[in-house]
Ligand binder design. Structure first.
Ligand code: NAP
Ligand code: ZN
Length: 346
């Protein structure tokens, strides 16, 4: 076991503070990673505040981890000391079920082991990336390609894959009109990735405050959802709408923006249920779908795609002492566009 410094929430809704945690000794197939950067995802806040239900405390959040391998177990074949690597939202799964075998480990029928706020298959609680080091089985570690620096790569491990996976599955590409709802951490990566895939991209944001940025990141159009005319003007326009919004939305209005047989794909995880009029989907034969992160191989594919297209996240690098302030800013939609913790400051 190694004692490492970390930032943890001692209880639900309590401010995060510096502490120490134990990391397990490296096992046969483990790699020890010196964490360099950790992104702050809105999911960290939902969980630290128990917005999704009962959670495990103390909680060390962080599932957008980028770092360098500093030790490998004797059975490790994929990584060597010095490799630049990433870890996302899961650190294990059963590896035997239909989904694990199909590379959809995130949907493991036994439940994947989340990077934090989870219990490992060894019965021990998991702790995330707001810390100096982490030990992870090599099968749940991905390689950060040379073309991406680690700070802007970190957010790709959750925000990047969460948009890449549904955009690919729903065929975002040339000739397709795609709308991204919410220009936050997930949304801004959605704009970049959908643009790189060749789709015509529209941002639907609460206001026009971030319009210039959206257009620079690759959006072709940018509308404010606070303006009622937006919904009139864009009715029946899109092949795919992806919602990244962290709060409940009126999905009936967003379904009306789809073409016949278009798909509204939700990746946002609000704490409250929504109300849906089912006539919004039956008229027009529309699909309302969900998507959760992506599998390990797909995460590697996403990183390679982002490196090839020079797509890192737009980040604001912060010291660990600024985490609580960053949480408040994320909750106020005041993030441009991902806070990343420099873990050297923990
Ligand atoms: P974020 O950076 O806070 O971005 C969310 C964006 O949603 C905000 O920037 C804002 O965009 C918009 N928004 C917020 N409140 C709103 C409201 N009341 N009405 C309308 N729009 C609102 O959060 P994130 O890290 O991107 O995460 C977004 C959501 O996805 C969270 O619920 C998170 O837990 C979830 N998530 C899901 C997955 C998955 O696998 N499915 C993975 C990661 C995260 P504008 O300012 O442009 O309006
Ligand atoms: Zn996340």
């Amino acid at each position: 076991m190694t004692t490492v410094a970390a930032y943890a929430a001692p209880a639900a809704k309590a401010p995060l503070e510096r502490t120490t945690i134990e990391r397990r000794a490296v096992r046969e197939f483990d790699v020890l990673i010196d964490i360099k950067f950790a992104g702050i995802c809105h999911s960290d806040i939902h969980q630290a505040q128990e917005g999704w239900g009962e959670a495990i405390f103390p909680m060390v959040p962080g599932h957008e981890i980028a770092g360098v391998v500093s030790e490998v177990g004797p059975g490790v074949t994929k990584f060597q000391v010095g490799d630049r690597v990433g870890v996302g939202c899961m650190v294990d799964s059963c590896r035997e079920c239909e989904n694990c075998r199909a590379g959809r480990e995130q949907y493991c029928v036994q439940g994947n082991v989340p990077t934090y706020n989870g219990i490992g298959r060894d019965g021990e609680p998991t702790y995330g990336g707001y810390s100096e080091k982490v030990v992870v089985d090599e099968n749940y570690v991905v390689r950060v390609p040379d073309g991406l620096s680690l700070d802007v790569a970190a957010p790709l491990l959750c925000a990047g894959i969460t948009l890449y996976s549904p955009l690919k599955r729903w065929s975002a590409g040339p000739g397709k009109k795609v709308a991204i709802v919410g220009m936050g951490g997930l949304g801004h990566m959605g704009v970049k990735i959908a643009h790189a895939l060749g789709a015509e991209v529209t941002v639907l944001s609460q206001s026009l405050r971030k319009k210039d940025d959206g257009l620079k990141l690759g959006a072709d159009h940018y509308y404010a959802t606070s303006d009622e005319n937006t919904f009139k003007e864009l009715a029946g326009t899109f092949d795919v709408v992806v919602s990244t919004v962290s709060a409940p939305l009126d999905f009936n209005s967003y379904l009306a923006l789809l073409k016949t047989e278009g798909a509204l794909v939700n990746v946002g995880a609000p704490e409250e249920p929504i109300s849906l009029n089912l006539f919004s989907v039956i008229g027009g034969g529309k699909t309302l779908a969900g998507s959760m992160i992506g599998g390990i191989a797909e995460t590697q594919e996403m990183l390679d795609f982002c490196a090839e297209h020079h797509l890192g996240a737009e980040i604001e690098l912060i010291a660990a002492s600024e985490i609580n302030e960053a949480y408040e800013r994320v909750q106020n939609s005041d993030v441009r566009y991902r806070f990343v913790i420099d873990t050297a400051t923990i």
